[in-house]
Design a protein. Structure first.
Length: 464
């Protein structure tokens, strides 16, 4: 097992305070504040301490555990501490905040000096973090970890997503294995796939029946997660505001609330698109303004959920709304990738809409803009009425009967017309036309017209 060096500081001249040298974390005129750079690894963490002159005062390596982190920082003087965001950064920041340190969690995407370094090592990364936080902490673009409640809600949503991915892998394995022997599983929803055991070929049953049983177990677990998410969403007031939008369910709304947490973080609602990585990159230079892909910054899970909602809104099952009209017009422009760009654009606009509803706490009107521009006349209160499920079903059945009658009439009419029409065309095509000879002109023969070949007179016959 790899050994680690214990945290130990060399005492300065005239300092007999023990093996740890106390340092003053505050800045003095003309001197820099003491800072600590922390490069977090999965097993060990590299620590670099810089004094007020910007020189390395001490380097050490501790285990990435609560005990190892506390063993070092409990003996250190309170000062600025910088670390990169990662798997362990959340709980390490909480430990340091409890001890009274001024912690900065750097956005790793903004630290090009670290990830694009030709001599990148853990020791170098820790030193650069300590140097940046000592001189100008703003360059770290410090992020804020979400709270305990939002973190647990997000873990619940991601656990369901992991279970869905595992079930999809098993379903695809069964379908692919069956095709190899010339069979095919019947098309069905993933929730009912485990019931199709009888469709398995006899020679593959011993191998695939256990897989089908696992698919059924995963389906039961997913239903349990759905019930837990629905129960948790009912306890969050903001979820009810977001689920007003058609296509946005409890899962997407709960994930949105858990990741954003505080809507006041965004003074302008349009910034939520950049926060979730749904805006295009910019690389303009002079007259060159290329069209680039989206940044894909922020949380990937929520971005995927918003794209799924956008696909539903633009699909045939999505109800009429300002968002659908805007996305449909956008998809008509451009080439074959216009629909893909429209889906991402609608996802970005949907994120702005959800944040606006959350901040204002108002009811959602799907055709608000259309009513303002006069494209759709608003429905007044006296003409609005409640429609029951029976009335909807009766209307659908009536529409089906009317469509059936129209199809029967069209079939009856089309069965009569083609026979007479084809007969007339054939007679006209095969009929020989012999013009009457005029006085003073020679008679001419006409070749019968056959299927579109024009008739033309032949050369007159010459006599002896």
């Amino acid at each position: 097992m790899k050994q680690y060096r214990r945290a130990k500081l060399e005492p300065q001249d005239g300092d007999d305070s023990g093996h740890v040298r106390t340092v003053d974390g505050g800045a003095t005129p003309g001197r820099l504040p003491v800072s600590i750079g922390v490069d977090i690894g999965d097993r060990f963490t590299e620590i670099c301490v810089l004094d007020r002159d910007g020189e390395v005062a001490q380097r050490t390596q501790v285990p990435t555990t609560k005990k190892g982190i506390r063993r070092f920082f409990e003996q250190a003087e309170r000062c600025r501490v910088a670390m990169e965001v990662g798997t362990h950064s959340a709980w390490i920041q909480r430990e340091l905040d409890e001890l009274g340190f001024e912690t900065y969690v750097a956005n790793a995407r903004k630290l090009r000096a670290i990830w694009d370094n030709d001599s990148k090592t853990d020791r170098t990364d820790a030193y650069l973090l300590g140097e940046i936080v000592q001189i100008k902490p703003k360059l770290l673009r410090s992020i804020k970890h979400r709270g305990e409640e939002g973190r647990l809600d997000l873990k619940l949503a991601r656990a369901r997503a992991a279970m869905v991915r595992a079930r999809t892998l098993l379903v695809n394995h069964v379908r692919g294995a069956v095709k190899v022997v010339g069979a095919r599983m019947p098309p069905c929803h993933a929730d009912a796939f485990h019931k199709q055991v009888e469709a398995l070929p006899d020679e593959l049953r011993p191998m695939l029946e256990p897989v089908m049983a696992q698919v059924g177990d995963h389906t039961a677990l997913i239903r349990g997660f759905d019930a837990a998410i629905k129960e948790r969403a009912a306890a969050v007031p903001a979820v009810a505001l977001l689920t007003q939008v058609p296509g946005v369910g409890d899962l997407t709304a709960l994930a949105f609330v858990s990741i954003v947490e505080d809507p006041s973080r965004f003074p302008k609602t349009r910034r939520i698109g950049s926060y979730l990585g749904l805006r295009p990159r910019l690389d303009d230079s002079g007259d060159l303004k290329p069209q680039l892909r989206i940044t894909k910054a922020g949380d990937k899970f929520l971005r995927c959920l918003l794209v799924q909602c956008a696909q539903h809104i633009l699909g045939p099952l999505g109800p009429d709304s300002d968002l659908k009209r805007w996305g449909s017009k956008l998809s008509e422009r451009g080439g074959k990738n216009a629909k893909k760009r429209a889906v991402v654009a609608v996802a970005r606009k949907l994120a702005v809409l959800l944040l606006t509803l959350w901040k204002k706490g108002e009811d959602y009107d799907p055709l608000k803009k259309a009513k303002q521009t006069g494209e759709v006349q608003p429905v007044t209160a006296p003409t609005m009425g409640l429609v029951t499920t029976k009335e909807v079903l009766d209307a659908i059945q009536e529409d089906k009967l009317v469509a059936k009658k129209r199809r029967s009439r069209a079939n009856a009419t089309s069965a009569k017309r083609p026979a007479t029409k084809v007969k007339r065309v054939r007679e006209k095509a095969t009929r020989s036309v012999t013009p009457k000879p005029t006085r003073g002109s020679r008679s001419c023969r006409v070749v019968p017209a056959l299927r579109g070949v024009e008739s033309r007179p032949t050369a007159p016959a010459t006599g002896p």
